[in-house]
Design a protein around this ligand. Structure first.
Ligand code: P6P
Length: 364
């Protein structure tokens, strides 16, 4: 399907989506959702670029601490609201979960009853997102990104923003459960990367496609059709300050890569931006293994399953890569709570497989 779309260059994201919708009427509404996401990414790209100007209103801290316990930057709040608004006004979304929101919230038009979400034909999607991943890097001009996952949500349910875990009524719990789906239920995932260029990379379940923002025409243009990550690599991308706290199987494999005694015999170099979207994008294009594994301090690592791990794993797998906790495929993990963390090692198939084999050999 997508090959027919991708044979020509100069395909804008809008045209790509409209041709996908023509060829796949059952996901036509999904393409409308991506119209809102695309607009939000362009606006966020502009905000990030201007965020360091003295005149910028997005400088500094919001003065709040989010559910992650992190100081919220003004930019975190602004980008979260911007994305919520863009998604809400597509009229295709019933519920969302965001890194910046304590619990899933409804995004129905203002006139809808606050705590009641009635999902009808038009509102059948749930969005999970991290509006500005790596935002603490913005002040240093380091790349940041937006990560989005889209699930289908076909239940009528009520959500009370204060409801979390055991406090929830059965109905609310059932609705929360509809946001707590495993990555294998994703119908789409995308990220925007705000870096030397502004990139938009997405999958709808049939390959991974990359677009680059052409600021002369204000459109994302297809630049990386049908991305495929190299099966072998020579780049490892971890916060190596934590190496001493990792599981032994992972320590062994990474040491082998550094010494050139690993399965591929290659001596790896290290590249780590400290911003997941930047590190994963480079890994997709150049090959490599990116990871934020569990360690003795944080057994589940740092990255969030629902709106970082699962969507990025979907994109990676659709590009021919693997994404594992070491012992489990990340996309198969069913979240129990919205902000659940997950250990992640993802990237070039043969190198990630070496990690999986090491854990298996150690009896994990
Ligand atoms: P560390 C950014 O804060 C982030 O959530 C990811 O984007 C990034 O991969 C990771 O944390 C970096 O964490 O502990 O290496 O600074």
């Amino acid at each position: 399907v997508f090959d027919e779309v991708c044979e020509t260059t100069g395909v804008t994201l809008k045209r790509f989506m409209s041709e996908v919708a023509m060829l796949n009427p059952e996901i036509a509404e999904l393409t409308i959702l991506f119209g809102g996401i695309e607009t939000a990414c362009k606006a966020i790209s502009n905000l990030v670029k201007r965020s360091q100007l003295p005149s910028s209103e997005t400088l500094g801290l919001e003065g709040e601490v989010n559910v992650q316990g992190e100081d919220q930057k003004k930019l975190d709040v602004i980008t979260n609201d911007l994305l919520k608004r863009a998604l809400r006004f597509t009229g295709k979304l019933g519920v969302l979960a965001s890194e910046e929101e304590d619990t899933p919230v409804d995004v129905m038009p203002e006139n809808a009853k606050r705590s009641e979400i009635v999902i009808d034909e038009g509102d059948k999607y749930v969005a999970v997102f991290d509006p500005l991943d790596g935002s603490s890097n913005v002040d240093a001009g380091i790349p940041t990104g937006t990560i989005i996952g889209i699930y289908e949500h076909d239940e009528n349910c009520e959500i009370d923003a204060d409801c979390v875990g055991e406090e929830c009524t059965e109905q609310e719990a059932q609705c929360l459960a509809n946001t707590l789906q495993p990555g294998t239920n994703l119908v789409a995932a995308a990220y925007c990367l705000y870096s030397s260029s502004t990139f938009f990379v997405l999958t709808l379940g049939s390959g991974t496609y990359g677009f680059t923002l052409d600021e002369n025409i204000g459109e994302f243009v297809l630049s990386h059709p049908n991305m495929k990550i190299p099966e072998n690599s020579k780049i490892l991308s971890f916060n190596e300050a934590n190496t001493h706290m990792w599981d032994e199987p992972l320590q062994k494999v990474v040491t082998g890569w550094k010494e050139g005694t690993g399965k591929s015999g290659e001596s790896f170099s290290s590249r780590y931006v400290g911003s997941m979207v930047g590190d994963v994008h480079r890994t997709l294009l150049y090959g490599g293994v990116f990871g934020y594994p569990g360690d003795t301090k944080n057994p589940n690592g740092k990255l969030r399953l629902l709106y970082e791990g699962a969507p990025m794993s979907f994109i990676m797998e659709q590009a021919g890569g693997l994404s594992t906790t070491g012992t489990k495929r990340v996309m198969e993990i069913v979240p129990e709570v919205v902000h659940q963390r997950v250990p992640i090692v993802m990237g070039s198939k043969n190198d990630v497989q070496e990690v999986i084999d090491a854990y298996a050999a150690a009896g994990n």
